[in-house]
Write a protein that binds this ligand. Structure first.
Ligand SMILES: Nc1ncnc2c1ncn2[C@@H]1O[C@H](COP(=O)(O)OP(=O)(O)OP(=O)(O)O)[C@@H](O)[C@H]1O
Ligand SMILES: Nc1ncnc2c1ncn2[C@@H]1O[C@H](COP(=O)(O)OP(=O)(O)OP(=O)(O)O)[C@@H](O)[C@H]1O
Ligand SMILES: [Mg+2]
Ligand SMILES: [Mg+2]
Lengths: 256, 256
């Protein structure tokens, strides 16, 4: 049964954050109890869900770096999208250094989330564009990983390395980690280039390829409102695409 | 006189790499001797200029982490775009950890580039989407920084922090570091959202705002060819926009 899902790709700007918050909101609309964990020091997921990272007194960083002082449950916030949020702020930037000398540093997130698993049907992890210790923590903590990928040549750069990292994590720390698939994002079906990249994905990476999320100008405005596209343009194609993805996840999560 | 220019923004996918390689190629067309330094472990700039990061025997990482064994000059490669390249590969990923205990770790790039300054008119630094030690090295080594920014709400997330980092670098390590400006990239002039973000930039960040680079479907295909858009779609609007930017830089570089 899938419960904790990491959205990872160290390439920048491939809609990891947008996918996490929108799928989370869609799962909440299906009646699921959902937690989003923001693992990016820039706090984009936090911002998308209506909180200001600069106003936070404590964040996911305190949970990961200061065991004992805060339990994750103490720091969880509610949001207007009906999902809960373990928010991030700039403190997470020093996590790489701070964790470097901690024994078992790849497991701190898994530890922290174990106490939350019985409160949520789904826990979605938003990774930063890096394969550092925090992202490794996400892969170690997750039951499954989704790889958002923009259908452009440069997006292939990091996927091979990500796959190797996933293989390492499976071998050493998390044998159950499943690759749910590649999620083609920002998909512009009108260009030959994007179509060609999409067609080539199954053979290239030997993992499932999820139905693409189409590009839509309605996404850009949503973050400023603290809501997702489901609220700001709920009938748009982008909203429908993410609801379809959420329905797929919903089927994997187990009974309500 | 401006010679070393860093392109930095820890937000992912805002066309840092595309800006570096295209401006470099345009400067070369103006007769300048140009070096691109790839500072991203994913090697996107390296790939864009026709090299495979996985084929490299040595890279910028060896220069930064293994002083004495390689001089930067030994590792510079020529490319079909007429620019030289100090390439990157996955070795750079361990640089953060490896440099952590090195005294003067913020200066290793500046050191390495000092021997190259007399060989090039312009040295452009492509930063990864992070504000870690490698990006700080870029800011310490640079005469000037350009901040590529996509005109969408989420792009603002990291700019404030980047500005603070620049202020710190000026105060402690590189008083001469100039902010050449914000470079609006991937600009879609047809959307109200992008127009609004663009209009608000000067007041919001109190730095110059360069003319925007327009979105064009011709950019996505260029990396697969090992050439920039100047070669693959040289008359397109995107190519013209980057040539205009290169002309601006050319004027700051000093006599040919
Ligand atoms: N389907 C879409 N159509 C149009 N714009 C989109 C779509 N999905 C996301 N965006 C926009 O693209 C930009 C990049 O998305 P996002 O920040 O979610 O990517 P990311 O992978 O999380 O980036 P980073 O690597 O910096 O964490 C954002 O401005 C977002 O609003
Ligand atoms: N003006 C443009 N119009 C359309 N596509 C563009 C434009 N500029 C860049 N792109 C494409 O957008 C994607 C992201 O660009 P790029 O990789 O240069 O961003 P980046 O900031 O370097 O990303 P990262 O944060 O991962 O290093 C690439 O596929 C690139 O080809
Ligand atoms: Mg993100
Ligand atoms: Mg890049």
């Amino acid at each position: 049964m899938v419960q904790v899902v990491a959205f990872a790709n160290q390439k920048g700007g491939v809609a990891k954050t947008t996918s996490v918050v929108t799928v989370a909101a869609a799962l909440a609309q299906l009646g699921r109890r959902v937690l989003v964990v923001d693992l990016d020091a820039q706090g984009c997921a936090t911002f998308c869900l209506g909180l200001d990272p600069e106003d936070l007194e404590a964040s996911v960083s305190d949970v990961l770096l200061g065991p004992g002082q805060y339990a994750a449950a103490d720091l969880v916030r509610t949001t207007d999208e009906g999902v809960d949020l373990l928010p991030a702020c700039l403190d997470l930037a020093r996590a790489d250094q701070a964790l470097a000398s901690t024994p078992g540093r790849e497991y701190v997130l898994r530890e922290a989330l174990s106490a939350l698993r019985n409160r949520y049907d789904a826990i979605l992890l938003d990774c930063s564009p890096s394969l550092g210790i925090i992202t490794v923590n996400a892969l170690v903590a997750a039951d499954a990983v989704i790889i958002p990928l923009q259908c452009e040549t440069l997006s292939h750069r990091g996927v091979g390395q990500l796959m190797e990292t996933i293989a390492d994590v499976r071998r050493f720390a998390n044998p159950g980690l499943a690759v749910l698939g590649i999620l083609p994002t920002l998909f512009d079906g009108r260009t030959v280039h994007a179509q060609a990249i999409l067609a080539d994905l199954p053979e290239r990476y030997q993992v499932p390829v999820l139905p693409p999320i189409h590009r839509s100008i309605r996404f850009a405005e949503a973050p400023a409102t603290g809501r997702t596209i489901l609220a700001t343009a709920g009938q748009s194609r982008g909203a429908r695409d993410y609801r379809d993805l959420a329905a797929r996840l919903d089927a994997l999560i187990g009974p309500l």
